[in-house]
Write a protein that binds this ligand. Sequence first.
Ligand code: CO8
Length: 303
Amino acid sequence: MALRATLKNKSILSGLLSRLSSCSSHGRVCVSPVLVAQRRNNSTSPKLKVDFNQSTGVAVMHMQNPPVNSLSLGFLTEFCIAMEKLEMDKSCRGLILTSSQPKVFSAGLDIMDMYGKKLEQYEEFWRAVQEMWLKLYSSNMVTIAAINGSSPAGGCLMSLSCDYRIMADNPRYSIGFNETQFGIVVPVWCKEAMTTIVGHRNTELTLELGLLYNPSDALKIGLVDQLVPEDQVLATATKTMTKWLAIPDHARRITKSMMRKPTIDKIMSIREADMQQYISFISKDSTQKMLGTYLEMLKKKRG
Ligand code: CO8
């Protein structure tokens, strides 16, 4: 209850987030005293449900931010806090990320947080986006994305940040980066992370053309690692996790860091420049106009 009450207070969350962002770097998590006090591992907050199984050492994080698990400031803040809690708990060795929403893993960044806001709000939002990516990409845990629905843009970024991706084999679902289609450019660190997974050419095509792939095409280019029937996504993720956890933690962690540190270091070195670039781009009238049109289009589609 104490945690839930805390999570409901947005201003406290914002404070926590800035503390998180100021103390984590290069994949090493610095622990805030408030969170040290929160040793409970099973937590339910409005936008995330975390089930931690002490006996297996595996946590399943269910995103539950209806209707489409958009990555809003509130969601990202809760996500970062939940990640930090799990990371601190040495008995938690694996994390499965999945969705409680039908048909959608995550619709990506919440466009409402990028539209018609004040400069300080854009800054706060982008810091949360950067922090989410750093926490997930540099996690010491084994991270598996159980992609049980569509996963465009920021949803794809979340999946790509995990160690392994299992997607529901349903041709109605899509994954990829569609940003250019509505006039937005993905951040450079998104490009870097994607390149390490699917190579330069696939990244170039995807990002320039704003491509979303159906599951079988995503598998072909290596954007996901495995397709399974929809009702077996979580079970397969759990089985796969057991395999990964059979590897001694220290060897796997050092290897993961060896693979990912160069990208993380590069991003850390341009973090503030990335922030300035984002604020300047997102606050432009032309960008706002495009986002407005896109939002209208999303709403019309429904009507
Ligand atoms: N943010 C906010 N609201 C959203 C978003 C979103 N990303 N996606 C959907 N919604 C809203 C819709 O407007 C709709 O609202 P309402 O109920 O008021 O009409 C509601 O969610 C439900 O949406 P749909 O009816 O479209 O739901 P479906 O189940 O039919 O489809 C999809 C689900 C496939 C996820 C679909 O909603 C979709 O394609 N959404 C858009 C996805 C998208 O384009 N995301 C891009 C976000 S930008 C990003 O992540 C990276 C930006 C990098 C910025 C860099 C700047 C420098």
